[in-house]
Each structure stands twice: as structure tokens, then as C-alpha cells.
Design a binder for this molecule. Structure first.
Ligand SMILES: [Zn+2]
Length: 278
């Protein structure tokens, strides 16, 4: 993939920032986020969202400073609105309560950092945060995979409502709300194994993307998820082959992968990291 000198410099200088922080437990995040930031800079992805998992203010501020220095736009806002467009099959009063709780939790949470290159993305981010626009359009993920992800989330809530009725004796919507408010954890019949299996399968197939591929995308080489993975893999390889190799190492052994060695080495290097292809 042909990359401009500006994009290469963006990557080299970004690597001086340590993404490994105590607040961030998911090592894949520490690989994917630098890659997604470069993808935004290179015009291959509409926006970057940071801080929705493992929020570290100091890191986000460093990322913002870096992004602004290279002419990207940034905004601090809530994370994506998760539920509103996929409605579960539960009592409406219960559902409204869950939406309200979710909204309050997002308001109370520290703000996330959004970065983007095209100015028109600013309005899309606002609409995405308020639940009017799909997260897929804003983050550049396939519509099918994000819908599948949200289906899992509402599926879990449907199972919880069933468990409250069956095991906790809830007969009315108010009783459901009351149990939910008290955070009663009932034995929910939810295929956690299946969700986990999908996640691992997706990681193995498409290690360069931040979303879980849906069943339609997972084995199809011409699927939307496969196309995004290919683009980002080419980007990572063009930036630095050993950077791309880290994603494959992670995918081969996600439970025991340690990202720190690679990243610690990167920001210990003095000056820009060589970016020539080997
Ligand atoms: Zn899909």
C-alpha cells in the first residue's frame, strides 16, 4: 500500500506514545488503536474512538495532542449509543428503564475522545452518540456485524427478563424494574459459550479489526468484514511488517499474548522508527 510521508511520520511519532497503561487490560486494544488512528489519518477509516474501554485520560490527551498536530479534528463526547435501534422483545416499561439507566451511566462516565479527518464526521459523531445514526457508519464497521453485536446485547436482556419471571417470580413490569434496579443476578440461560466462540473465531480470521465478525462474514472471503481486515492488514504491513506480525501473534494466542514487549521497545527507540519494508 502506498503511504504518504505524512502518514508514515504520523505513525512513527505515534509510536513514541505508550499505549500500555494499567487501566487498559485488553492487549488487542493496544495494537488496534494505533492502527485505527493511522487508518483515520490515511483516510481509510472515518473516525477513531478512544476511551470506551480502559479509560486513561493522560493517554487520550497525548493522542489528542498528536492528532491535532497532524491536522485531524477531535471532540470529547460520550461513547456510542448501544441499544436504541435494536429493540428487544421485553416489556416496554422495563426496556425504557434500561435505556434510561444506560443513558445515565454514559453521562456519568468520563468522556471519550473522537478523532477524525473529514470535518463532516463531527455531525455524524453527534448523531451517533444520541442514537440517531448507526455506529457502523461512523466507525467504518460493517452494518451486518454491528447489528449482530447489538442483537447479542438485547438477546442477553431478553434472557434476563425471562429469568426474572421464571426464577424470581416477577409478574409485572414494575417487578422486573425492581429486580434490575437491585441488580439481582438470576441464572440467565444465555449462550455465553457461543458468543465467546464467535469472538475467538473472528479474532483468528480477522485480527486487524476491532469488531466481531457476524456469522455471514466469518467464513466469506468477499465479506465486508474480510475487506476491512485486508485493508487494515495491508496498512499495518506497509507501516512496519513487525507491527503487522504482532496482530497475528495475538490472534494465535489471545489469552497469553503480551503486547508490552513490542510497544515498550517501540517507544524506547530514539527518533523515528525505521519504516522501510523488509
Ligand atoms: Zn458482517
Amino acid at each position: 500500500m502506498e503511504l504518504t510521508a505524512e502518514v508514515r511520520r504520523f505513525y512513527s511519532e505515534l509510536r513514541q506514545i505508550s499505549f500500555v497503561r494499567d487501566e487498559r487490560e485488553d492487549p488487542q486494544q493496544n495494537l488496534i488503536e494505533p492502527l485505527e488512528l493511522v487508518a483515520v489519518m490515511a483516510g481509510l477509516k472515518p473516525t477513531y474512538l478512544g476511551g470506551h474501554g480502559g479509560h486513561c485520560l493522560e493517554l487520550l490527551q497525548q493522542i489528542e495532542e498528536h492528532a491535532l498536530r497532524f491536522g485531524l479534528h477531535t471532540v470529547w463526547n460520550e461513547s456510542v449509543s448501544p441499544y436504541d435501534h435494536v429493540v428487544p422483545d421485553v416489556d416496554r416499561t422495563f426496556w425504557n428503564y434500561v435505556i434510561e439507566q444506560n443513558h445515565e451511566a454514559r453521562l456519568a462516565a468520563p468522556k471519550c475522545l473522537w478523532a477524525y479527518r473529514d470535518e463532516s464526521e463531527g455531525d455524524k459523531i453527534r448523531r451517533c452518540v444520541s442514537g440517531e445514526l448507526s455506529v457502523a457508519a461512523v466507525l467504518g464497521y460493517p452494518e451486518c456485524c454491528t447489528e449482530h453485536h447489538f442483537r447479542h446485547r438485547v438477546g442477553w436482556l431478553e434472557s434476563l427478563a425471562k429469568a426474572y419471571r421464571k426464577r424470581e417470580g416477577a409478574k409485572t413490569a414494575d417487578a422486573l424494574v425492581s429486580l434490575y434496579r437491585k441488580q439481582v443476578s438470576s441464572r440467565v440461560e444465555w449462550p455465553e459459550d457461543l458468543v465467546q466462540k464467535e469472538l475467538y473465531h473472528s479474532l483468528e480470521r480477522y485480527p486487524f479489526v476491532h469488531f466481531t465478525a457476524c456469522p455471514n462474514c466469518i467464513d466469506a472471503d468477499d465479506s465486508p468484514a474480510a475487506a476491512i481486515n485486508t485493508t487494515l492488514q495491508e496498512l499495518a504491513t506497509s507501516l512496519e511488517p513487525r507491527f503487522a506480525a504482532e496482530f497475528k501473534k495475538y490472534a494465535a494466542n489471545p489469552d497469553f499474548y503480551q503486547v508490552s514487549d513490542f510497544l515498550e521497545h517501540c517507544h524506547a527507540v530514539e527518533g523515528p522508527i525505521p519504516t522501510t519494508l523488509s
